[in-house]
Design a binder for this molecule. Structure first.
Ligand SMILES: N[C@@H](CCC(=O)N[C@@H](CS)C(=O)NCC(=O)O)C(=O)O
Length: 212
């Protein structure tokens, strides 16, 4: 039995964790958590937030996609996805920036809530427009989060940018499109996508009424 179990739903941020697992290349088991069972006691015992994804590794649970990406890069260094010493500043800076300010800016903006000038001083992201401008500048100047090399930070930051463009929660700026295209060439990402599509098809066929 593999040491790693991914609790996910194919229509969720669990896609980020699966992509990272495929990048790492270690065997893992997948447990699909249907949304109508996500707040059941059985799953709350894994993640008391009742949210996916969660990762269990040797009996210990990691939640939060950004943490899952960083954790896997850390415990499987042979995959070469963690930062070298000279990459650590960018790696941690932008990984945390995406998990905090970017996530908050995008979700608040999607919900139609915009902090006024005074609130912007207190809110960690300032304003949505500022966050977009900062990301735009970053990816106009470099190919990946840490410069010219793909790392685990790109799985998370890149997912935020690709999903943002897909759902219309971030603009389709040239630098975002070019970055997304680079990431979509990755075989691990394509494998993860196929596995999630298969899982989604299984969920849908299981939900079809069976002939009497
Ligand atoms: N901060 C979490 C967010 C997880 C999250 O919100 N997952 C959503 C799906 S994308 C979920 O499980 N929603 C079900 C619910 O809240 O009932 C992470 O990065 O993993």
């Amino acid at each position: 039995m593999p040491d790693l179990i991914l609790y996910t739903n194919p229509q969720s941020r669990g896609r980020i964790a699966r992509w990272m697992l495929e990048e790492v290349g270690q065997p893992y088991e997948t447990e699909i958590i249907p949304y109508d069972r996500i707040k059941d006691e059985a799953y709350l015992a894994v993640n008391p937030m009742g949210k996916v994804p969660a990762l269990k590794h040797r009996g210990r649970v990691v939640t939060e996609c950004a943490a899952i990406c960083a954790y896997l890069a850390d415990v499987f260094p042979e995959a070469g996805l963690g930062p070298r010493d000279d990459e650590k500043a960018d790696y941690y800076r932008w990984l945390f920036y995406a998990a905090g300010p970017v996530e908050q800016a995008v979700t608040n903006n999607f919900a139609g809530w915009h902090p006024d000038e005074k609130q912007q001083r207190m809110f960690g992201y300032g304003s949505y427009d500022k966050v977009v401008a900062v990301l735009e500048e970053l990816f106009s100047l470099r190919d990946y989060v840490c410069g010219d090399r793909f790392t685990a930070a790109d799985v998370y930051v890149g997912s935020a940018i690709m999903w943002g463009a897909m759902f219309g929660t971030l603009p389709k700026l040239d630098s975002f499109v070019r970055y997304s295209e680079r990431l979509q060439e990755r075989e691990a990402m394509q494998r993860a996508h196929q596995l999630d599509e298969q899982a989604q098809a299984q969920i849908q066929s299981a939900a079809q009424p069976q002939p009497a």
